[in-house]
Design a binder for this molecule. Sequence first.
Ligand SMILES: *[C@@H]1O[C@H](CO)[C@@H](O)[C@H](O)[C@H]1NC(C)=O
Ligand SMILES: *[C@@H]1O[C@H](CO)[C@@H](O)[C@H](O)[C@H]1NC(C)=O
Ligand SMILES: *[C@@H]1O[C@H](CO)[C@@H](O)[C@H](O)[C@H]1NC(C)=O
Ligand SMILES: *[C@@H]1O[C@H](CO)[C@@H](O)[C@H](O)[C@H]1NC(C)=O
Ligand SMILES: *[C@@H]1O[C@H](CO)[C@@H](O)[C@H](O)[C@H]1NC(C)=O
Ligand SMILES: *[C@@H]1O[C@H](CO)[C@@H](O)[C@H](O)[C@H]1NC(C)=O
Length: 255
Amino acid sequence: MKMAHVFVLVCFWHLTGVLGESVLVLEGDSVTLHTGLTELLEDELIKWRFGAENTLITKINVMDNRITIYEDVLDGRFRNRLKVDQTASLTITNITTEHAGVYQLQTNSLSKSFSITVYARLPVPVLIRDCSSSSSSSVQYCSVLCSVVNVSAVSLSWYKGNSVLSSISVSDLSISLSLPLEVEYQENNTYSCVINNTISNQTTHLNITQLCQTCKGSGHCCGPTEAVIRLVGSALVGVAVAAFLVYDIRSRKKR
Ligand SMILES: *[C@@H]1O[C@H](CO)[C@@H](O)[C@H](O)[C@H]1NC(C)=O
Ligand SMILES: *[C@@H]1O[C@H](CO)[C@@H](O)[C@H](O)[C@H]1NC(C)=O
Ligand SMILES: *[C@@H]1O[C@H](CO)[C@@H](O)[C@H](O)[C@H]1NC(C)=O
Ligand SMILES: *[C@@H]1O[C@H](CO)[C@@H](O)[C@H](O)[C@H]1NC(C)=O
Ligand SMILES: *[C@@H]1O[C@H](CO)[C@@H](O)[C@H](O)[C@H]1NC(C)=O
Ligand SMILES: *[C@@H]1O[C@H](CO)[C@@H](O)[C@H](O)[C@H]1NC(C)=O
C-alpha cells in the first residue's frame, strides 16, 4: 500500500472513529442504524453483524425478497427487538446494555460500522431536609440534601436559577451520591437539583416553603425523615468505602 493511501485510511479512521459511526442511546429507547441506501439492487445480499465475534444477526436477500432475522444467536438477546425497513436499515427496539457494541453492515458494494453506547435511565433526584446539621446557622438557614441512589457516569449539580452552584461527578462505579445545599428560609431564588449523563438529565425543583417547614428549631427529627437521613448517611459511607477501594487499588498498582 502506498503511503498516501495509508494516510487517507488513517484520516478516514480518525473521522469515523475506528469503531465506526458513534451512536448514543438511552436504555429502553429504539435506535435505527441507517444504511444510507435509497434503493436495493436486484442481486443485493445485505448482512448485519454484531459484536466481537461478528455474529450474523440479520440477512436480507433482495432477489428472493427474504429477510432472515437470527433471533436465537447470542442467547436470544435480539429476540423480538430487530426490524428491517425498505432501505435495509436496522432498528433495535427497547435497547439494553447487552446491545451496546459494534454493528457491521455489509452489502455487495459497501461496508459500514456503527458503535452503539447505551446510557442508563437516570433516577429523579430526591430532596431531603437535613435535620442533623442543626448548627448555629440553622435559625437562618435550611440544609437540604439532594440524593440519587446507584448511579454511574453522572454529574449531580445544584442550580440557582440558571447557574451552577455546586457539582460532583462520578465515573464508572455504581454508587449513591448526595450533594448538600444551605438556603435561607425567606428566599425568592429558585433552586433545582439536576442529575445528568452525556445524553440526558433529570431535575427536581426545591420548594423551600414545603421542604423547610419540618424539624424547624428543634434538634429532634421526625419519623420517616430521620429514616431517610440515616439511609443517606449509610450511602455516604458507601461512597467513602468506594473511594477508599479505588485509592487502595491505585496505590497497589504503583508498587
Ligand atoms: C424492554 O426490555 C426489558 C429488559 O429485557 C424488559 O423487561 C421490558 O419488558 C421490555 N419492554 C418492552 C416495552 O418491551
Ligand atoms: C444498581 O445498578 C445495577 C446496574 O446499573 C443493578 O444491576 C443493581 O441491581 C442495582 N442495585 C440496586 C440496589 O438498585
Ligand atoms: C453533564 O452536563 C454537563 C454540561 O451541562 C457536561 O459538561 C457534563 O460532562 C455532563 N456530565 C456527564 C457525566 O456526562
Ligand atoms: C422576595 O420577594 C418579595 C416580594 O416579591 C419581597 O417583599 C421580599 O423582600 C423578597 N425577599 C428577598 C429575601 O429578597
Ligand atoms: C436537560 O436536557 C434538555 C434536553 O433533553 C436540555 O434542553 C436541558 O438544557 C438540559 N438541562 C440541563 C440542566 O443540562
Ligand atoms: C410550595 O409548597 C407550598 C406548600 O406545600 C405550596 O403552597 C406552593 O404552591 C409550592 N410552590 C411551588 C412553586 O410549587
